[in-house]
Design a protein around this ligand. Structure first.
Ligand code: XIL
Length: 314
C-alpha cells in the first residue's frame, strides 16, 4: 500500500464510505474521489421518494445505478432508508391510516426483495425520535407516520426481518453522537426495542456536527461501547463537520480534522462499529452548502487536510 493515497487501501476490511449521487457521475474528478472509499450509500435515490414517487409504481433505476457504480468500483453498498417522515411524496404523507400502514409493509417488502443478497445493511427507520427528548425517556417525533400508525417502527422492523432475515436492520438518527440529550433518549429507545424483542441489529449515528459542537473522543467512544454491550452494530452514517461561525479562523481545517478523527478512532476502538461514512464527496455538492466546508474533498475534489488526517488514523 505504500504510496497509495486511497483510504480504502488502509481500511483492512473496515468499511469506510461516502454518500454519492448519480447526478455527479459524469464528472471524472468526482468519480476519482469516490474511488478512495470501499463503501457507498446513495444520497437520495434509495429513499421512498426515490423509488416510489407514485403509489405502487416502483422505479429502481436511480438506486440501481448507484448500486451498479459501487460494484463497478469494488465497493459495498449501504441501504438508506426505508421509512422516513421527511421529503416524502404527497401520496405517502396524505394517505389515511390504513393505506399508510399497508404502504409501509409493501414498500419494505418490495425494496428488500429487489436488493436481496445485494445490500446487507439497511436503515429501516430514519429520525423517529423527537429532538426535544431530554434524556429521561424519549418522545416520539409527532410526524404523520406516528400520528397515523403509532406502532410504525415495530411494524417496519418486524416486516423487514420477515422479508429479509439476513439483512442487518438499523435505526438511524441525528443529534445522537453525544452533544445533545437526545443521544441518551435514542439509546434508551433502542434498549427498549431490544427488551420488547423488536428485531434490530444496528444503530446509525448520523454525526452531522458543527466544528465547535461535537463530542469528545471519550464521549463518543463510551457511547459506541454502550451500544456494543447491547449486542448491536454501530455505523457512523452521515458524518460531516460544518465550519459554521469559525469558517475564517486560521486553524479551522485542523479543528475539523480532529472531529473526523475522533469519530474514526472511537469507531475503530470498538469492534462492533463496522462502518464510517461521510455525507458527500466534494464540499460544493454537500447538502450543507459549499461554504460550510463540511467534507473531506474541496470543491475541486482535491483531498483536504481532513482527508489526510483520516487516512493517518486508518
Ligand atoms: C439529505 C440529502 O443530502 C439532500 O440532498 C436531500 O434534499 C434531503 O436529504 N439525514 C438523512 C439524510 O438521513 O437522508 C439527509 O440527506 C440528511 C439528513
Amino acid at each position: 500500500n505504500s504510496g497509495s493515497t486511497l483510504l480504502r487501501d488502509y481500511a483492512n476490511g473496515f468499511r469506510i464510505g461516502a454518500a454519492t449521487n448519480t447526478m455527479h457521475y459524469n464528472n471524472q474528478n468526482y468519480v476519482n474521489a469516490m474511488k478512495s472509499f470501499n463503501y457507498m450509500v446513495a444520497e437520495n435515490a434509495c429513499k421512498l421518494s426515490g423509488i416510489q414517487q407514485q403509489k405502487g409504481v416502483y422505479n429502481f433505476n436511480d438506486c440501481d445505478n448507484h448500486y451498479k457504480k459501487a460494484k463497478e468500483l469494488g465497493m459495498d453498498f449501504r441501504g438508506h432508508c426505508l421509512i422516513w417522515h421527511a421529503y416524502q411524496p404527497s401520496w405517502f404523507q396524505n394517505a389515511d391510516a390504513n393505506t399508510l400502514k399497508n404502504a409501509i409493509v409493501d414498500h419494505i417488502t418490495k425494496v428488500l426483495q429487489h436488493y436481496d443478497g445485494k445490500i446487507d445493511a439497511w436503515d429501516v427507520v430514519n429520525e423517529a425520535i423527537d429532538d426535544s427528548s431530554n434524556g429521561n425517556g424519549w418522545k416520539m417525533r409527532n410526524s404523520f407516520l406516528y400520528q397515523k400508525v403509532p406502532n410504525f417502527i415495530d411494524l417496519a422492523f418486524q416486516t423487514a426481518r420477515k422479508v429479509a432475515p439476513n439483512v442487518k436492520l438499523f435505526y438511524n438518527d441525528y443529534n445522537t453522537e453525544g452533544v445533545y440529550a437526545k443521544t441518551e433518549s435514542v439509546y434508551q429507545f433502542i434498549q427498549d426495542m431490544i427488551k420488547r424483542n423488536i428485531p434490530i441489529d444496528g444503530v446509525g449515528i448520523q454525526y452531522h456536527v458543527a466544528v465547535n459542537q461535537q463530542p469528545s473522543y471519550q464521549k463518543i467512544n463510551d457511547l459506541i461501547g454502550r451500544y456494543c454491550k447491547l449486542g448491536l452494530e454501530v455505523h457512523i452514517t452521515e458524518l460531516d463537520v460544518k465550519c459554521d461561525n469559525v469558517c475564517n479562523s486560521g486553524n479551522v481545517e485542523q479543528q475539523q480534522a480532529t472531529v473526523f478523527t475522533n469519530a474514526l478512532k472511537a469507531c475503530l476502538n470498538n469492534s462492533c462499529c463496522t462502518g464510517y461514512l461521510v455525507w458527500g464527496i466534494g464540499d460544493n455538492d454537500s447538502w450543507l452548502g459549499g461554504d460550510k466546508k463540511g467534507l473531506l474533498f474541496n470543491s475541486q475534489y482535491k483531498p483536504k487536510s481532513q482527508y489526510t488526517a483520516v487516512l493517518n488514523v486508518l
